[in-house]
Write a protein that binds this ligand. Sequence first.
Ligand code: FAD
Length: 393
Amino acid sequence: MSHVLGLMMQEERQSQLVAEAERFAEEKIGPRAREFDEAEVLADDLIQEMATRGYLTANLPREYGGLGLDPVHYGLFQQAIGKADCATRTLITVHSALCGESLLRWGNEEQKELWLPRMAKGETLAAFALSEPNVGTDAKSVETRYRKVGDTYVLNGNKKWISFGDKADLFVVIAGNDQGQKGQISAFLVQRDFPGVTTKPLKGMLAGRATHIAMIEFNNVEVPAANLIGKEGGGFTYVVSTALDHGRYSIAWAGVSIAQEAVEQMVSYARERKQFGKRLVEFQLIKGLIADATTETHAARALCLKAGEMRMNKAQDAVIETTMAKYFASKVAMKVATDCVQVHGGNGCFSDYPAERLFREAKMLEIIEGTSQIQQEIISGFALRKYNKACKR
Ligand SMILES: Cc1cc2nc3c(=O)[nH]c(=O)nc-3n(C[C@H](O)[C@H](O)[C@H](O)COP(=O)(O)OP(=O)(O)OC[C@H]3O[C@@H](n4cnc5c(N)ncnc54)[C@H](O)[C@@H]3O)c2cc1C
């Protein structure tokens, strides 16, 4: 078979997988989104069904049980899942984009062979534990500590806001060396059943209510040396950077998915609802909101697709393009979801309508995987370097 034919078949297979995921999301996930949000639980039967289809690790290679989707198709896949339900998309983001990609890139062969197939089958769910009560944006200052004792690392500390922290069996934990060696941040695979690990669910969240967010405490937890990911001291530069880059790509598409769903809800409501004897769509000011929301959503998707293509081609600026996609798409999601609530009037403030949940979930995207402010710092740093041309007068 020629190389070109092989590529065409691969492209067709991937598009087919995305189309199947779209149908699955519409039929099996979307109708349950409200139930998950209200119960604050993501149903096990859905997780298992997604595992059977390979969805839990759609981005990972087929040799480890994944679907082997390339970045563009993985983005479109995440768009489909996220459009149906943000919590379900979050599971895939933390499990496969943050933890799976970190393991794939920095784990050794034994770690990959042990964990990735289990993660694909849903036998193991993974969560990424970086943030802490006193440490968020300034993630290099993690206070969780490890000490090497013989063949083990002993961990002590607390993690906060960990999505699926109350459900996962395996945590990728970021901790600093307790001998005070500056910059010695390392990443460990910590199993929930290791003695000294306890989790506490965090209730009362604005968004991500069905994502089993938890605090995790590590109290003299003995982690075998074999569970160190990559090199000691490489936890931030390598593991966290990889995880956040993949996480941001996933969140960028999450922004598009919320914005797209909000546009559709806005349009269908405006076509039905009547005031002053006319449908809302007949008012120019409402049409203006719909036009802006549609344009912004298309622009966000175009930026995500561009970032996806650059990732596929391993382009030099793929990471910064991904950062811009995350920053822009999360802003668009918030703006479009706000306008969606506006078009719904009072009904937009009520959980009977998806607009209310979309609005809450959109806000979260501007905070997770690096807040909008820190993305602005990164993007402005890039612009100041790249576009520093002589001033024309
Ligand atoms: C729903 C949800 C799910 C999450 N899931 C996970 C998870 O799975 N794993 C995990 O490890 N973490 C998770 N987090 C934590 C998340 O990553 C942090 O909330 C985020 O990094 C921000 O940190 P912070 O909340 O401590 O805010 P802070 O860092 O305290 O920031 C507060 C404000 O100050 C601004 N700010 C901070 N530094 C600067 C600066 N240098 N310049 C300008 N402005 C600045 C921020 O932009 C923000 O507006 C989750 C959070 C939420 C809400």
